[in-house]
Design a protein. Structure first.
Length: 68
């Protein structure tokens, strides 16, 4: 699980950084394309976070059932 946490953490950080950078570019240049990209990357960030949470929770459930 440690490897999974690192991988999902790196993906989460890259998506969040890309979202913030895209938002800043939209604010500076006022090009709507950057706002669309920021929203898309934000959704990806949420997806990565929720995927991590879901796998952590269900991993514990499976672990508990196996070792009951």
């Amino acid at each position: 699980m440690i490897v999974f946490r690192w991988i999902i953490g790196i993906i989460f950080a890259l998506l969040a950084a890309g979202s913030v950078l895209s938002l800043l570019l939209f604010l500076a240049l006022d090009i709507p394309l950057w706002l669309e990209r920021a929203r898309s990357l934000r959704r990806g960030t949420y997806l990565a976070g929720l995927t991590w949470f879901n796998i952590e929770v269900w991993g514990r459930v499976v672990w508990t059932l196996i070792h009951w």
